[in-house]
Design a protein around this ligand. Structure first.
Ligand SMILES: *Cc1c(COP(=O)(O)O)cnc(C)c1O
Length: 448
């Protein structure tokens, strides 16, 4: 009998995260404090983030960082996640390629984001934080942090972009069910929110404003810290549990990936599936290709520029050396909300610069077409974000067919799309469109 799911025992859950920076030949350039213009220190970051997370953020020496027992205990709610051989998809494509996917959609919040939300809540609790703040756009990160905060006994306030607050009521209900306070942003609860609301009373909000509000509340409230769900190095670090499990599972399947694919927003799930395999490329021996799949409407990796930029629209974060479209770039309203981000984390940016990874951009309609094919052959409705990875996987599998040779492709299914059915509705009704970005739109937000 053919094996469909390759499963690990709970006892095989990784004990350490993998910190790729320690093994990179060319380290990422340092993040810079925007005020002092000096490389960032743990002391700069700790007013906002738990100190242990600030240390992880800047750690360039330890390749392996222990996962606390309390975090592993919570990971066990859904980890280890299955590695699945996509026989149905292979058959539909009539490809000699072997396609595997790591199924992160089985987490209780429906995406990989819980892998970092849990340790972020844990370290905060351990250091005496009582309250957390964060922002959320489409709602996946807010959802994950709501459950994680509850799991470790923290109060959470989520600033949710007002437009999403009204358009995505189920993500809001999920956060409230897990006990978070969800505030439509802009709100009257912060100075940043009041300033905007008194100026533009009907403003529908933006991620930039929501970040400003979350940071302001954290800075002004005792024992309150802020948490971020992508882009930063410590987030990528936590996500390596995905690839570390997948590495063992591929070995059990008796295969090694020729190609690893992940969709790309700020880079956390792509890093998570890739870095553990990438270490064998850095150390020599393996020639695996790593492909980041981004939306054509937000092409920071394929058409952005490598420069220092802020991680947020408001300009509160440190300056990060990144491939970026400029922090003022406003992407089109594609349904893959988690991929509407202007930049890439510093590690991934350096890896791309050094040619160790590649990037491909995909049109919205092609991603939904691939998503429907996946749903019909493998049964799972993928998140609109994850369909980008599926579209690239399908392309590579079809290339393998043309070339008449077998290839092993591994992609990360970052989440399911059961709360995104409005997007599928529009696609099936023929109401979705593609978005292109002109060179002018791209260059106008970048330094020259
Ligand atoms: C947030 C999200 C993404 C994009 O974020 P990354 O940090 O690039 O991984 C992708 N898929 C899903 C399901 C998400 O929720």
């Amino acid at each position: 009998m053919k094996t469909k799911k390759i499963l690990l025992q709970e006892s095989e859950l990784p004990e350490k995260w993998y910190n790729i920076v320690a093994e990179m030949t060319t380290k990422p350039e340092p993040m810079i404090h925007p005020g002092t213009k000096q490389p960032l220190t743990v002391a700069d970051l700790s007013p906002l983030f738990a100190e242990e997370l600030a240390k992880q953020e800047l750690n360039e020496t330890d390749a392996w960082i222990e996962i606390p027992e309390e975090v592993r205990d919570k990971y066990k709610i859904y980890r280890p996640t299955p590695l699945v051989r996509a026989y149905g998809l292979e058959k539909a494509l009539d490809t000699p390629a072997h396609i595997y996917f790591k199924n992160e959609s089985v987490s209780p919040v429906g995406s990989h984001k819980l892998n970092s939300a849990l340790p972020q809540a844990y370290y905060n609790k351990k250091e005496g934080t009582t309250n957390l703040t964060t922002e959320t756009g489409a709602g996946q990160w807010g959802t994950a942090l709501s459950f994680a905060a509850k799991a470790f006994g923290l109060e959470l306030a989520v600033y949710m972009v007002k437009l999403s607050y009204e358009q995505k009521p189920y993500r809001r209900s999920l956060m409230q069910a897990w006990g978070a306070q969800v505030i439509a942003s802009p709100s009257m609860s912060t100075k940043a929110g009041r300033t905007i609301l008194t100026d533009k009373p009907n403003y529908q909000g933006s991620l930039g404003t929501a970040i400003s509000e979350a940071i302001e509340l954290a800075m002004q409230t005792p024992h309150c810290k802020y948490a971020l769900g992508s882009v930063l190095n410590h987030v990528s670090l936590h996500q390596t549990v995905i690839g570390l499990e997948a590495e063992k599972q591929m070995e059990m399947a008796g295969e090694y990936p020729d190609i690893v694919v992940g969709c790309f927003g700020g880079g956390s799930n792509f890093s998570g599936i890739s870095f553990p395999f990438l270490r064998h490329k850095i150390k020599g021996g393996k020639q695996t290709r790593f492909i980041a799949a981004e939306p054509r409407s937000c092409p920071k990796l394929t058409r952005g520029k490598f420069q220092y930029d802020f991680g947020d629209e408001a300009g509160y974060t440190p300056l990060i050396p990144m491939f970026t479209l400029g922090h003022n770039f406003t992407p089109a309203h594609i349904h893959a909300g988690g991929l509407r981000y202007h930049g890439a984390g510093s590690i991934v940016s350096q890896l791309l610069k050094d040619g160790l990874i590649e990037a491909v951009d995909v049109q919205q309609l092609d991603t939904f077409k691939a998503g429907i094919l996946f749903a019909q052959t493998e049964g799972i409705i993928p998140a609109p974000e994850s369909t980008h990875a599926i579209a690239v996987t399908v392309d590579e599998a079809l290339k393998a067919k043309e070339e008449g040779r077998s290839k092993t492709i591994l992609f990360n299914l970052s989440g399911h799309g059961l709360i995104d059915m409005a997007a599928y509705d529009q696609y099936l009704a023929g109401d979705l469109v593609n978005y292109e970005v002109s060179d002018d739109e791209i260059s106008k937000n970048l330094n020259n």
